[in-house]
Structures are given as structure tokens and as C-alpha cells.
Design a protein around this ligand. Sequence first.
Ligand SMILES: *Cc1c(COP(=O)(O)O)cnc(C)c1O
Length: 473
Amino acid sequence: MKYISTRGDQTQRGFSEILLEGLAPDGGLYLPTSYPKIDDATLSKWRGLSYAELAFEILSLYIDDIPASDLKAIAAKTYTKAVYGFDAIVPLKKLEDGVYLEALSNGPTLAFKDMAMQLLGNLFEYELGRRGEQLNILGATSGDTGSAAEYAMRGKHGVRVFMLSPHGRMSPFQQAQMFSLQDPNIHNLAVEGVFDDCQDIVKAVSNDLEFKRKYKIGTVNSINWARLLAQVVYYFAGYFQATKSNTEKVSFTVPSGNFGNICAGHVARMMGLPVHQLVAATNENDVLDEFFRTGTYRVRKGAETYETSSPSMDISKASNFERFVFDLLDRDGSRVKTLFKDEVEVKGSFQVSADEFKHVPQYGFLSGKSTHADRLRTIKDTFDRFGLMVDTHTADGLKVAREHLTPGVPMLVLETALPAKFAETIFEATGRQPERPHWIAGLDGLEDRPKRFTVVPADVDMVKDYITRHCQD
Ligand SMILES: *Cc1c(COP(=O)(O)O)cnc(C)c1O
């Protein structure tokens, strides 16, 4: 399997070449040259597999430059009950008839990003070891991504993490989770500024090509193909749990921000997984809902990007959306380049033609939007009726899912975080505190642990200086 860019560069690259990279050199995103098609016999065979075995089967269709036995061992050590608390790894919970939650947030940082990041940590360690190289991961986080990256990379050989976060602005739980890590390869830099300052510093450092090369700077953001690939697995795993035979279809609703999670659902559907609909649920930051309703993709400005109670979906643009548009436009890279480079970068938006928009339904996409009031109502209603607490992002999904039910087709809402991570809003909705998952060690008294972080001014040179001094440890 080889990979090409969404912006027309036809150079074909192997998986190991793109594993440690972000964007393709022409600014596009990587996608496989074609999607492997899964036939009925293969689906039937996969039905009986454990999650780790299923992950291996799917990964091996896309990765042909890592020996099968090594890939199998990597999948087996990533997806274990010890880490995820359940044999099924992503167990289904039934709510009312036809509506299920697929639990993706049972990993170490209580959010679905662990599903991919844990695999990425093991793949990075493997590939860097094989090359005899080192990597210094530089990232900016407002919470979820940074903690998932740190818990995936802690203690890994050849990898160091330098994670910038806005000083004093993350939730106490998020701060405690990240800052209590004592692993010497994890560096928390609390920047005296807001999240955008952190992101600007990462961009400035990454744009200094000489510094980037000399200090082997890399990233782990959601456009990384390996992260997306890891997410394809749980669409299959959810399907197998919800159905008895391959003639049945299911739909998925996905709480969406950067379109990474739901894009993996699109890939699964393109492979032939019997998916009826893929529903993108947004919060007040409704970039994606706007597109699926109108055909216009409009990036929001800072002032138009709202801080909400489902903060991991507070995005101004959807970084992975370009992948779907590439397929929608019959993989016409030059047209994608016109839309995303000439139009989005210049005027902040594009509109696909009526003829192009007409094809969206054949990819199964629908969308909807949920607000703070909807979120509170859904959390309370779910608790009252089922005795179950859902987090704020999952609540957005559940609200939108119920607007798109098809009789006879199970709707699987992806649970993207556990309520313990967003206790304040859960309390606002139900008057109770959410429980912390018992299978994750160290959550009791987390906030009282010693914290390890360095406060730095919002200054590119100071951050570079810190990296220079700590990247040989
Ligand atoms: C990151 C995140 C999302 C959004 O996922 P995308 O892949 O960016 O669409 C939704 N919910 C939670 C809890 C997240 O951490």
C-alpha cells in the first residue's frame, strides 16, 4: 500500500515514510492510493476476532513495510484489558431500542484519542528504534490531545515530548493528569498566554526548517494518517457487536471537531463496512454542520470560535475535512488544491458546486448541531432514564443521533470521553459528581500529586532555548 497527497502530488510513499510526518510536502494530507475492499467472507472471519487481532488485520491491509509478526505484537501490546478495562476494549452499551453508545474513552486519559495515540506511541518507538533515530515531539494543547500524547509516549525510547499548554487555563483534572507525570522524556511547558499563543509558537518553531531538522522536531496532530487508521478499527468492532449477520447495516453518530474520528468512519465505509449513515454532530462551532447542510465550508475567525462546555470540539476549521473532500471530488487533487489553498487560505471559505454537493448523500453523511442547553438536557435525561452519565461531547452526539434515526438500523453513538473529565458540567446538569473509572490506576487523589512543569513566557526563542537544553537528556 502506498500513500499520495490530497493536493495533486502523485509521489507514492510507504507507510513508514509518512508515519512520522504531518502534512505532505505540497501542503496536502496523505491518503492511500485506494481503499482495500472487504468481502463478505472476510467480514465473517473478522467477526470472531479479538480487538487486537482485528486491529492487526486492518492495519496489515495498509502497512506492508513492517513485518507481520512485529505488527501483530504491536497491536497485541496496545489493545489490552489492562489498559482499557474491558475485554471488548470498546464495549457497546444499549440505551433505548436502536440506540447504543460505543465506549471509546476507557483508556488512560479518558478520551477516545487514546485509541489511536497509544498505537502511535508503540509505532513511533518501533520505527525510531529500527532507524536508530530520535524524535522530539512538539505540541500545543488545551487538554485532551496533550494528555493523550503524553500518556502514549511516556517512557518510550527515542521519543521526547515538549507539550505547550496555556498556563492556568486547563481544567484542574487535565492539569493534574499531565503535570503529575514524572517520566523524564515528558516536558510540560506552561505558557503565559492562551491556547492560540501555544499554537503560534509550535507553528513558528516548525517553520524554522533548520531548527526543525537539527533538533528532529515532529508532531502528533490529528492529521497523522496512522492515527486515523487506528480509528478505523473501532467502526468494525462496533458493527460486529451491534449485528449478527453481514446483511445488517448500522449508522454512527460522531461528536466531531477536526473531522478525524468521523473520517475514519468514512474510510471504513469505503472499505465496504455496511454503514448506512455517518452523522457528524457539532457543538456551537458548527463548521461541519454548515457544510453538510449547504455545501459551504467556512473557516471561523478567532472571535467567532466559541468556548463551549464540549471544549474538544471547539474548532475554527476541521483539519481532516480535506480528506473527505478529496474523495467527494473523485480524487481530483488540483481541484482540492484550488479549494483549500487558493480559496480557504485567501478568502476563508469555499463552496462546492451544486453538482458536486449532490454526491454527498452517496457517502452517507448527515449532520446536526447541539448547544449548551441541549447538552445539559441530554446529560440529565440520560441519567434520569438510564442511570448513566455521559460526558458533554457524547451528549452532543446523542442529541443529534436522535434526529437521524432510521427504523431497523441500530444507531451507534461514539462515546468520546468519560464524564469524570468534565465534572463541572455534569454537576450543573445532574447535581452529582461523576465517578472516576476504577480500572485506571492513580486517579484517586490525582490532584494532590506533585506537579512537574515549567512556566515559560509566550516567546518562541525561550521555547526553542528550552528544547535545545533538554533534547539530549
Ligand atoms: C478530539 C475530541 C473530539 C473531536 O474529534 P475529531 O476527531 O477532532 O473530530 C470529540 N470529543 C472528544 C472528547 C475529543 O477529545
